[in-house]
Design a protein around this ligand. Sequence first.
Ligand code: MRU
Length: 346
Amino acid sequence: MRTIFWDEDEKCIKLIDQTKLPDKLEVLCCKNVETLADAIKRLAIRGAPALEAAGAYGVALACFERDFLDVEDFKKHVEIRAKQLASTRPTAVNLFYGIDRVLKIILNAKDVDEAKNLALKEAEKIAEEDIMRNKAMGKHGARLLKDGDVVLTYCNTGRLATVDWGTALGVIRSAVEEGKKISVVACETRPLNQGSRLTCWELMQDNIDVTLITDSMAGYVMRKKKIDCVIVGADRIVKDAVFNKIGTYSIAILAKEHGIPFYVAAPSTTFDWNKCEEDVVVEERSREELIYCNIKCMKTLIAPENVRVYNPAFDATPLKYVSAFITEKGIIRPPYSENVKKILEI
Ligand code: MRU
């Protein structure tokens, strides 16, 4: 099943509710942008490429929310909804890419019916492109993996973080599909545990060998020579840093210290190459995510209730720690200031 798709019969977006995993595999139906925006904020749908599709489908969904007086009323409504979607999460650039691409189609359409039709087609195209990019990335990236390799990964970069297949986990899937035996070490990824809840779940669904460790064990397992390479995804890649789930920077430094290659697998739509680290807003999330052991029921405290909390959701890893980028257009090695533009043609 795809992580997110359009249900034509019910005229709604359906998505796997990732807050329920690994307990339950439940599909959430978003009949309006309000429900989708809430799902994005709660991380029911998450991961940069999945957010790209969510943004695109969300703008298309806005076209079906009510009847319109005229084309102006329609376009005004869609623009308001696009802004609402764009305000959900600030860091992953893919969300804005998906929103802007569909919005542009709508604003150029001559009437409401044409706009609805083209918006949905464009959103479907964006979702299809994501899968194709992930498969291409997988093929390129699989060349970096040898039979028997142990790969450490962080957060969730698989089917659930994309429309299907995955970025970093997509590379692992492709290598396994080619017949290589690959073992994965998954960090749990505090505070929301995308690694333990989602990465372990989806790899086990596919019978890919996975071992769960806490985030603080990464250095120890690298020192014990148990890791052949690290592969992570990204939420935004700028000309001097990779933004990814908080904790990625520490893993990158550990990998360099231990002489382990650190690869970032990301589609071209994650590159925001004209920007630099200082331009990017890092999302800060609620204190409850740190002080309760289960954010859903907010009952069991694991910290004093009134402790001061700092909870940034992402960090920035300087490019000197990145051994190579794995993209759908090929592997990009340093110097990035030359090679990213050359290979991605941006
Ligand atoms: O807060 P999240 O779960 O949306 O963060 C996701 C990540 O940081 C992923 O590593 C990133 O989006 C790459 S996904 C293919």
